[in-house]
Design a protein around this ligand. Structure first.
Ligand code: NBG
Length: 981
C-alpha cells in the first residue's frame, strides 16, 4: 500500500494548490506538504529523516531533491524542478532495479514538484541507507546532466563562454561555395542520403535546412535584441495562418535567392524545381488566414517587435480532389514528409486545463476562486521563423501542438492498463488534429471551443512568463503587451487573462479588469450578423466553468453600466448583452470582444460603415471612439517578388531601384510611364511568359489546351453563394449560347476567352458543391464543342491554394470579384491581381470601393447594385422581372442542357421565384455589360496595357505594410525595434 491516496488522474496531476502559487518556492520542503490534501499530509506526519540536496538551477529559483524515508510503505522522493519535460520517463529509466509508484506532478509558477514513492522490485520499503543514497545519487546525476533540470545560461563561466564564441565566431556565409557546403552537409547528416545520390526532394530538404540555419541565426539575434530593449510587443492571436511555401519566400527575404540558385546549378540542380517540391502550409481557410500570413511578413519587414500565435494542425485545409466533376475532400497530410521550417521546442510546453469545477477558497484572508480541472493537456511549442525583407529582424510564429500531459502516463502506473493509457494519449492529441474547414458558419462544437482555449491558454502562459521574466508586477503590462484578436476565435483569451490575474495573481477584480481592457484589440472579418460566433452556455459551463463565471461577471458589470447610460431600453440591453437568452442560452463571442477591447477594427472602409450602421450599431452608438478600420493589404514580397520575378525585374528596371519592395509608395512612379510604348512592350512580354506558365499548368491539370491569344479571365477564391461563382458560370453559358447562335462573320469579332475558376467549397455546403459540379458540366460541353474552339474555354483549377495562386495570378488578364454588394468585408485577392497588372471586373463591395479611388473606375469594369441598393432590391425581388437572357441560361441548366438535371434543380431553385437572395438576376444585365466592356478594351492592346500598368502603379495603398503601420500607430501603440546588422 502506498502512502499516497490512490491517484484518480488526470485530476490530480493538474490539482491546483489551495494557497498562493508563490508559496511553494518560499516554504521549506517540510512545509511544502501543506498544499496536499489533509490525508496526504498525514502520510508525512512522522517524517524523521529528511535530507536535501540543493541544485542551483538559477539564482532566483530553488530546485531540490528531498527524500522522506519514514513514510509507511516506501520512501517518498520529491523533486522540485524548473522543467518537467520527460521527467517521469527519466526517473523510471535511471531507477532501474527499483519500483517507482504513485507519482504526482504539480505545477507551481516557475517550478514543478514531482513526488513519487520508491520501493524495491517486490514492493518492499527500502530500509538500508546505502540504497537510499544510491537512489539519491542516481537522481542527482540525472538532474545534473540536465535531463530533468535545465541549466540556464553558461554553466562554464567565462572560460566556457569564450570558448563557445571562439568556436562559433561568425555567421553562416551566403556565397555559393559556403551554401554548397552547407547543402551537402545537410544531405549527408540531416537527410541522411549519400552525397552521390539524392533526388530533387532530398535536395530541397537539404537546401531548406541550410536556409533554416540562417533564419535561426537571425531569429536568435532578434529575440536577444527584443529582450534587451524590452519594447511593447504585439501578440497576434489567430486560429488560422495560410503561410503557403516557405523556401521561396525565405530566400527572397534573406536576399540569397540568386546565390542559392547558383550554388544549386553547380551541383546539377535547378532552384525552381526544388522550390516546387515544397507543399503548402495550409493552416487556414481563406481570406482571414492569408491576411494573417501577409501581416506577419510586414511585421517582420517593418521591424516591429511582434509574435504570432496559433495552432499547429496535424491536418491543414483538406485537399480538393475532383472526381467526375464533384468535389471530394482528402486529408492534407502536410507533415508526412517532415517540415524543415519549424523548430520543435520540447522544453517550451504548458499545461492547458479543461472541465472540472470551481471551488471557493481563502487566500491571505480574501475569498478567491479555484478551478479544479478535470483534464490537462500539454501544449508544446513549434516555432516558425518569419524573416523580414531587407532587415535582420526575424520574428516568430509560435504554433502549439497538443500532447498528452504526464497525467496520462501516471494513469498507466496506477491501473497497469498500458494499452488504454496509450489510447488515452492519442485523445489529447486530437485537439490540434484538424482545422475546421468552414470559414463562415460556426456551430457550437466542443472540439472547436477546446481548440480555441488550448491555443489561447498556452499563448497567454507564454506571454505572461516572458513578461514576468523582466517585470516584478503587472503595473506595466498594458505598456508592454498588445493582444490582437484576429476575429472572435481567440476571444476566450479575454476571460483567460482575467482568470489568471484574478485567481493566480490575486490582483482583485478592479485591477485585473483595468489591465484587460487596455490590452486587447479586436478585428472582425465578417459582415453578416449570423456569421458571428456563439457558444452555447451549457457547453461553456462544461468545458470552461470558471471562464463562464468570469464572463457572467463581466456582463453583469457591463449591463449595469449600460443601464445607467441608456435606461430601461430592454430590447437594446438584450441585443447588447454578452449572454443571449433564448431556448438555448449562448455566449455571443463578438459582444464579449467588443466590450473588452479598447479598439474594434473593420477591414475596409465599406466594412466599417456596415459595422457602424448595421452589424454593431448599438455598440457604435455607445462607444463611437472604439471603432476604426484598417483596409486590408497584401505583401508585395510574396505577391510580386516571389510569384512574378519577371515583373519584379521590370518594375525595378523602370523605377531604377528595387526599393519599392520595402517602400511600396514608389510604385506610383510607374504612372509616368504607363503610355510609354517600350514599357508596354516589355510589360506584354512579361504577361505572355506568365500566361505560358499558366497554360502549361492548365493543360497538365485538366488536359485542356488553351490559346495564349485569349483573354485569361480568372475567379479564384473560396466557393460561396455570396461570392457568386454561379453568376460567372451563367455568364459563361450566355457567352457560349451567343457564340452558338452567331454566323461565321460575327464569330470573327468575338474576343477569345479562357474562363478559369478555382476554389474549395466547405465540405458541408451543398450548394457550393453543386456550383463546382455545374462548372465542370458546363466546361465539358463547351470545351468539347469544336464549333466554338478557341473562342471559349472554361477550366476549373482543382485544389486551389497559395502556391496555385502564385502561379495563376501573374498569368491573368482579367479577374472577377463579384460578390453581392455588402457581403465581402474587404477581399484581398483583388489586391494581388492588381499588383500583377491584372484588370478587375468587380462589384462596388468591400475594399473595391477604395481600389476604385486609386485606379479610377475608367480603368476597371465595375457593375451591379451598390451596397445601399441591395436591401431595397431584395424586397422588390419577387416583383422584379429577371432579364430574359438570365431566364434563358437558368432554363438551360434546369432543363438538363449540361446534364444532371435533377442534381442541379435545387441550385436553379436558389435563383428563381423570389429566392434569388444574392441578386444574380438583377445584376445579370450589368454584369454582361461589364464583360462586353472588357472585351472591347482587350482588343485595344495599347489601351489595355496602359490600364494594366496603372493597376500595378495604383496598388501601393493595398500593401500590408501600410495596413500594419496603421495598426501599429493607431491600434497597438508599438514602435519598430530594429536589430542591428
Ligand atoms: C474574410 C472576409 C474577406 C476579408 C478577409 C480578411 C474570413 C472569415 N473573412 O472579405 O470574407 O478580406 O476575411 O479580412 O475569412
Amino acid at each position: 500500500m502506498s502512502a499516497f491516496l490512490p491517484l484518480s488522474l488526470p485530476t490530480i496531476t493538474s490539482y491546483q494548490p489551495k494557497h498562493s502559487s508563490s508559496s511553494l518556492t518560499k516554504l521549506s520542503p517540510v512545509q511544502d506538504h501543506s498544499f496536499f490534501t489533509p490525508i496526504r499530509n498525514n502520510a508525512f506526519k512522522n517524517t524523521t529523516f529528511i535530507f536535501k540536496s540543493l541544485i542551483r538551477a538559477s539564482s532566483t529559483s530553488i530546485s531540490s531533491i528531498t527524500v522522506e524515508k519514514d513514510v509507511t510503505n516506501g520512501t517518498v522522493f520529491v523533486i522540485r524542478a524548473k522543467d518537467k519535460t520527460n521527467c517521469l520517463n527519466v526517473i523510471t529509466r535511471v531507477l532501474k532495479g527499483f519500483k517507482v509508484e504513485n507519482p504526482i506532478v504539480q505545477e507551481k509558477e516557475n517550478c514543478f514538484v514531482i513526488k513519487f514513492v520508491v520501493t524495491d522490485l517486490c514492493g518492499n520499503k527500502i530500509e538500508d541507507e546505502e540504497s537510499l543514497i544510491k537512489i539519491e545519487n542516481l537522481l542527482k546525476e540525472a538532474v545534473n546532466e540536465g535531463v530533468v533540470l535545465r541549466k540556464p545560461g553558461f554553466v562554464g563561466g567565462k572560460i566556457g563562454k569564450d570558448r563557445m564564441f571562439e568556436l562559433m565566431d561568425g555567421f553562416l556565409k551566403n556565397d555559393p561555395i559556403s551554401l554548397q557546403k552547407d547543402i551537402l552537409h545537410h544531405v549527408e547528416y540531416t537527410v541522411a542520403r549519400s552525397r552521390f545520390s539524392f533526388d530533387d526532394f532530398e535536395a530541397y530538404q537539404a537546401l531548406s535546412h541550410s536556409v533554416r540555419d540562417r533564419l535561426i541565426e537571425r531569429w536568435h539575434d532578434t529575440q536577444q535584441h527584443f529582450k534587451k530593449k524590452d519594447p511593447k510587443r504585439l501578440y497576434f492571436l489567430s486560429l488560422e495562418f495560410l503561410m503557403g511555401r516557405s523556401l521561396s519566400n525565405s530566400v527572397i527575404n534573406l536576399g540569397i535567392r540568386d546565390q542559392c540558385a547558383e550554388a544549386l546549378s553547380q551541383l546539377g540542380f535547378e532552384y525552381e524545381v526544388l522550390a516546387e517540391q515544397e507543399g503548402d502550409a495550409a493552416l487556414g481557410n481563406g481570406g482571414l488566414a492569408r491576411l494573417s500570413a501577409c501581416q506577419m511578413d510586414s511585421l517582420a519587414t517593418l521591424d516591429y517587435p511582434a509574435w504570432g500565435y496559433g495552432l499547429r494542425y496535424q491536418y491543414g485545409l483538406f485537399r480538393q480532389i475532383i472526381l467526375d466533376g464533384f468535389q471530394l475532400e482528402q486529408p492534407d497530410y502536410w507533415l508526412n514528409f517532415g517540415n524543415p521550417w519549424e523548430i520543435e521546442r520540447v522544453h517550451v510546453s504548458y499545461p492547458v486545463k479543461f472541465y472540472g469545477n470551481v471551488k471557493e477558497d481563502v487566500v491571505n484572508g480574501k475569498k478567491c476562486k479555484v478551478w479544479i480541472p478535470g483534464e490537462t493537456v500539454e501544449a508544446v511549442a513549434y516555432d516558425n521563423p518569419i524573416p523580414g525583407y531587407g532587415t535582420r529582424n526575424t520574428i516568430n510564429l509560435r504554433l502549439w501542438a497538443a500532447k498528452p500531459s504526464d497525467g496520462y502516463d501516471i494513469e498507466s502506473y496506477n491501473t497497469g492498463d498500458y494499452i488504454n493509457a496509450i489510447v488515452n494519449r492519442q485523445k489529447a492529441e486530437i485537439i490540434s488534429n484538424v482545422l475546421y474547414p468552414d470559414d463562415r458558419s460556426y456551430q457550437g462544437k466542443e472540439l472547436r471551443l477546446k481548440q480555441q482555449y488550448f491555443f489561447v491558454s498556452a499563448s497567454l502562459q507564454d506571454i505572461i512568463r516572458r513578461f514576468k521574466d523582466v517585470h516584478g508586477n503587472f503595473d506595466d503590462f498594458p505598456d508592454k503587451v498588445a493582444l490582437q484578436l484576429n476575429d472572435t476565435h481567440p476571444s476566450i483569451s479575454i476571460a483567460e487573462l482575467m482568470r489568471v490575474l484574478l485567481d493566480e495573481e490575486h490582483l482583485g477584480w478592479k485591477k485585473s479588469w483595468n489591465i484587460v481592457k487596455q490590452v486587447f484589440s479586436f478585428t472582425t472579418h465578417t459582415v453578416l450578423p449570423e456569421a458571428l460566433e456563439k457558444v452555447p452556455v451549457d457547453l461553456f459551463q462544461n468545458v470552461l466553468p470558471r471562464h463562464l463565471e468570469i464572463i457572467y461577471d463581466i456582463n453583469y458589470a457591463f449591463m449595469e453600466e449600460l443601464k445607467k447610460k441608456i435606461g430601461q431600453d430592454y430590447a437594446r440591453l438584450a441585443r447588447m448583452s454578452i449572454v443571449e437568452e433564448g431556448a438555448t442560452k449562448n455566449i455571443r463571442v463578438a459582444n464579449l470582444s467588443i466590450v473588452c477591447s479598447h479598439t474594434v477594427d473593420g477591414v475596409s472602409r465599406a466594412h466599417y460603415e456596415l459595422l457602424k450602421t448595421r452589424v454593431f450599431k448599438d455598440f457604435y452608438e455607445l462607444w463611437p471612439e472604439k471603432f476604426q478600420y484598417k483596409t486590408n493589404g497584401v505583401t508585395q514580397r510574396r505577391w510580386i517578388v516571389v510569384s512574378n520575378p519577371s515583373l519584379c525585374a521590370l518594375i525595378s528596371k523602370w523605377l531604377g531601384t528595387d526599393s519599392w519592395i520595402r517602400d511600396i509608395d514608389l510604385l506610383a512612379r510607374l504612372r509616368e510611364y504607363a503610355s510609354n510604348s517600350d514599357l508596354q512592350k516589355e510589360w506584354m512580354m512579361v504577361k505572355k511568359i506568365n500566361k505560358m506558365r499558366l497554360a502549361e499548368y492548365i493543360e497538365t491539370m485538366s488536359g485542356v489546351k488553351v490559346s495564349l491569344d485569349a483573354m485569361f479571365d480568372v475567379q479564384i477564391k473560396r466557393i460561396h453563394e455570396y461570392k457568386r461563382q454561379l453568376l460567372n458560370i451563367l455568364g459563361v453559358i450566355h457567352r457560349y449560347d451567343c457564340i452558338k447562335n452567331m454566323d461565321k462573320n460575327e464569330r470573327k469579332k468575338v474576343v477569345p476567352r479562357v474562363c478559369i475558376i478555382g476554389g474549395k467549397a466547405p465540405p458541408g455546403y451543398e450548394i457550393a458543391k453543386k456550383i463546382i459540379k455545374l462548372c465542370h458540366a458546363v466546361a465539358e460541353t463547351i470545351n468539347n464543342d469544336d464549333d466554338v474552339g478557341d473562342l471559349l474555354k472554361l477550366v476549373f483549377i482543382p485544389d486551389y491554394n497559395v502556391s496555385v495562386a502564385e502561379l495563376v495570378i501573374p498569368g491573368s488578364d482579367l479577374s472577377q470579384h463579384i460578390s453581392t454588394a455588402g457581403h465581402e468585408a474587404s477581399g484581398t485577392g483583388s489586391m494581388k491581381f492588381l499588383m500583377n497588372g491584372c484588370l478587375l471586373l468587380a462589384t462596388a463591395d468591400g475594399s473595391t470601393n477604395e481600389i476604385i479611388e486609386e485606379i479610377g473606375a475608367e480603368n476597371m469594369f465595375i457593375f451591379g447594385a451598390k451596397i445601399n441598393e441591395v436591401l431595397t432590391l431584395r424586397e422588390q425581388d419577387s416583383t422584379v422581372e429577371a432579364p430574359l437572357h438570365f431566364v434563358r441560361v437558368v432554363r438551360m441548366v434546369r432543363e438538363g442542357y449540361f446534364g444532371f438535371k435533377d442534381y442541379f434543380k435545387s441550385l436553379c431553385d436558389t435563383l428563381e421565384n423570389g429566392k434569388d437572395f444574392y441578386l444574380l438576376g438583377s445584376d445579370f444585365a450589368s454584369y454582361l455589360e461589364a464583360q462586353a466592356a472588357a472585351d472591347i478594351a482587350y482588343v485595344d492592346k495599347k489601351k489595355w496595357n496602359e490600364m494594366s500598368i496603372l493597376c500595378t502603379a495604383g496598388s501601393a495603398r493595398f500593401s500590408s505594410d501600410r495596413t500594419i503601420e496603421d495598426y501599429a500607430e493607431k491600434t497597438w501603440g508599438i514602435k519598430p525595434c530594429k536589430c542591428p546588422f
